[in-house]
Structures are given as C-alpha cells and as structure tokens.
Design a protein around this ligand. Structure first.
Ligand code: HEM
Length: 164
C-alpha cells in the first residue's frame, strides 16, 4: 500500500480516537453530571449513576488512549522527518514535545485521580458518609477539570502542529 495512504489512515485513526476520548470526557462533565442532579435528589443514588457511567466510559478511555499513544508515535516519525533531534531544534518539534509532556501530565492526573478518589467516593456513598464524600468529591472534581483543561491544551498543540 502507498505510504501516503497508510499515513492518512493512521492519522485518521488518531484524530477519530481523539474525538471519542475528548468528546466523551466533556460529555460526561457537561451533560451526564448536570443531568444526574435532575434525575434524583438522593445523593447516594446519584453518585452510583455517575460512578457507573464513569466506569463504563473508563474502558473506552483506556482503549482510545492506547490507540492515541501508538498512532501518535507513528505520526511523530513522518512529522519529524525520521529525525528525533527535531523535537529539540525545530518549532514543530518543540510543539510536539510540549504536547507529549501535556499528554504525560494528563495521564498521570487522570489515572491518579481515578485510582485514589474513584473507589473511595463510591465506598463513601454506599456507607452514607456524606460529609467526607463532599470533601473528597471537591478534590476529585478539581482534578477532573484540570484534566479537561489539559485536553484543551493538547488539542490546541495538536492543531498548531499543522502550521509549524
Ligand atoms: C490525549 C492524547 C492525544 C490527543 C487528544 C491528540 C490529538 C491530536 C489531533 C486532534 C491531531 C490532528 C491535528 C491536525 O491534523 O490538525 C493530532 C495529530 C498529531 N498527533 Fe496527536 N494526540 C494525542 C497524543 C499524541 C501523542 C502521544 C503523540 C506523539 C507521541 C502525538 C503526535 C501527533 C502528531 C505527530 C500529529 C500530526 C500533526 C499533523 O498532522 O501535522 N499525539 N493529535
């Protein structure tokens, strides 16, 4: 198969995964969480709904992120003209480096937040410890907003790659 066609297909897989990953994450925070307050006033039940939707989406997150990293590394080969020193001494390479650092930070914060807060929030909702639940959720939400902010920065860096 022609190399240009292969690169096009792999970039498309990268962009499509990005749409599902970023779009799905925003959908949860902009649609599912606000809607959950209209579904029920029962905080325990609401936490369970949002927790289960999050858990279901976590599998898609894992798959799309793995695809983004694998296809991203492939894209980087042709983007940098097969010369990795370009990461440090060309404008496009610098932007790609910033993008990679942002992706790393996002992965650490996202999985750290899920592993540390995710299970505890569900446990506290089950046990009815509402005060502790509120405190924990405040931290967890803040880290989730940081993750969403990093997604905005990563996609901005991704689009900037087109022009440098
Ligand atoms: C959360 C992870 C990521 C997201 C959301 C993301 C998003 C995107 C998007 C939307 C584009 C298309 C930009 C355009 O054509 O205008 C793109 C292109 C690209 N991405 Fe990613 N990406 C991610 C991870 C990575 C990683 C880890 C790498 C490298 C190791 C990478 C390397 C590239 C390269 C080289 C391009 C091609 C730029 C071009 O078409 O000129 N990406 N990315």
């Amino acid at each position: 198969m022609d190399l240009t066609l292969i690169n096009t297909i792999i970039l498309w897989i990268h962009v499509f995964s990005s749409i599902i990953f970023v779009g799905g994450s925003f959908f949860i925070w902009v649609v599912v969480v606000p809607a959950s307050y209209r579904i029920t006033d029962d905080e325990k039940f609401r936490t369970r709904i949002v927790g289960l939707v999050g858990k279901q989406f976590a599998m898609i997150t894992n798959i799309t992120l793995a695809v983004l990293i694998i296809t991203g590394i492939y894209n980087a080969t042709w983007y940098l003209n097969y010369d990795y020193s370009a990461l440090f001494n060309t404008p496009g390479g610098n932007i790609l480096l910033v993008k990679i650092v942002l992706v790393g930070a996002m992965i650490l914060i996202m999985y750290g937040n899920n592993m540390y807060h995710g299970k505890r929030i569900m446990e506290m909702a089950r046990e009815g410890k509402m005060e502790e639940l509120r405190k924990l959720r405040k931290w967890s939400h803040m880290l989730s907003y940081v993750t969403l902010g990093l997604m905005v920065a990563i996609t901005f860096a991704a689009v900037s790659l087109e022009f440098y």
